[in-house]
Design a protein around this ligand. Structure first.
Ligand SMILES: *Cc1c(COP(=O)(O)O)cnc(C)c1O
Length: 393
């Protein structure tokens, strides 16, 4: 595959595994085993069955009529918001827990920012009866108290990260440290298409179910399997990679990735990595990230906790550099307005992350009959307080 990973774990100039020597055995075990294990018929059968009966897949491809009228094209929503636990993150968590079991792991660790990935991980650990430890920045634990409670109710231990800015990157450091200290019995479930190879590739494959289904569903509904546009929001980039995956080689399909501009790209409060970032190393891979001239990671900002990440996955960095996908950014205000519009035109309250992708429609010009698929990455229940505070309901 032209846009896929090479044998060394690189997408063009990006990717690889830049890890401390002590993590090498863990990463090497994963690299050697994951393709073999995930290709076993018994693995595939269990993965497919859990996606169907536990997650509720296939998620519908819904022709949004009032959005279509407004924008003058056929706007299809790929409904990941209808998944169990409310977003696409469960697809990857299921895949990785099945892999961890087959690797003989007895304990799962994860990092989480907003808590969505932590909840998905705690969920699959409860499902399988495996011990779960989630690292979360102390500041994030205060901001996202309901998700902390959810993880505890599911039986997970939530450990506060109290170093640095006490947010996601500090939680990631703590999780890495834990893994170094427990290399034999523990698997680290990373929540997006980031981290050292093979994580970005593995997570993209688990999420690629999104575009596999969408292609088939579009064909059934329109007689064509290729849309003109595919749009998704990007934090680390896992819902977007899942949504793009089976369209990458179809060069006529325009891929659009939407980042969070926060208060504006030039405001100093942004997470628009493709505009503000440059090449460097983040969380074990070579990618594009927001950093100072002397290489310190810049704290990102977005009103949506899921897009508040200082980098993008290495495959996105590659797709950006070679211009296979277009990277755009949307402000907090634009996203919140789009979230309101979607609620009132379609009766669907989207996650604020997803609302960024929806907001980009306002800037596009379509030809009549164009087919557009947007990944509705998650539902907005978790964001109600933010919506309420903004609109004053
Ligand atoms: C976590 C999250 C995102 C961002 O993560 P990606 O890896 O970029 O997909 C987007 N939408 C929702 C609903 C999320 O929970």
């Amino acid at each position: 595959m032209k846009y896929g990973v090479n044998e060394l774990g690189y997408y063009g100039d990006f990717g690889g595994a830049y890890i401390p020597e002590m993590l090498y055995p863990n990463i090497e075990e994963l690299r050697q085993q994951y393709l073999k294990i995930t290709a076993e018929p018994e693995f595939i059968a269990e993965f497919d069955q859990l996606l169907k009966d536990y997650v509720g897949r296939p998620s519908p491809l819904y022709l949004a009529k009032r959005f279509s009228e407004r924008y003058g094209a056929n706007i299809f929503f790929k409904r990941e918001d209808l998944n169990h636990t409310g977003s696409h993150k469960i697809n990857n968590a299921i895949g990785q827990i099945l892999l961890a079991q087959r690797l003989g792991k007895k304990r799962i660790i994860a990092e989480t920012g907003a808590g969505q990935h932590g909840v998905a991980t705690a969920t699959v650990c409860a499902l399988m009866g495996i011990e779960c430890v989630v690292y979360m920045g102390e500041v994030d634990m205060e901001r996202q108290a309901p998700n902390v409670a959810r993880m505890k109710m599911l039986g997970a231990t939530v450990v506060p990260a109290i170093s640095g800015s006490k947010t996601l990157k500090d939680a990631t450091n703590e999780a890495m440290r834990d893994w170094i200290n427990n290399p034999v019995d523990t698997h680290y479930i990373i929540g997006s298409v980031v981290g050292p190879y093979p994580y970005p590739e593995m997570v993209a494959r688990f999420q690629s179910i999104i575009s596999l289904e969408a292609k088939k569903q579009l064909l059934e509904q329109t007689g064509k399997d290729l849309p003109e546009y595919v749009i998704a929001c990007v934090g680390g980039g896992s819902n977007a990679m899942g949504m793009f995956y089976h369209f990458l080689d179809d060069e006529d399909v325009k891929l659009i990735a939407v980042e969070a501009a926060g208060k504006g790209v030039d405001s100093g409060h942004s997470a628009a990595t493709s505009v503000l970032g440059c090449e460097g190393i983040l969380h074990g891979s070579r990618t594009i990230l927001m950093q100072t001239n002397d290489g310190q990671v810049i704290e990102p900002y977005s009103i949506s906790a899921g897009l508040d990440y200082p980098g993008i996955g290495p495959q996105h960095a590659h797709l950006h550099k070679i211009k296979r996908a277009q990277y755009v950014s949307i402000t907090d205000d634009e996203a919140l307005q789009a979230g309101l519009l979607c609620s009132q035109l379609e009766g669907i309250i989207p996650a604020i992350e997803t609302a960024h992708a929806l907001a980009h429609l306002e800037r596009m010009k379509f030809n009549p009959g164009d087919n557009v698929i947007i990944c509705i990455s998650g539902r907005g229940d978790k964001d109600l307080t933010t919506y309420i505070n903004y609109f004053g309901f």
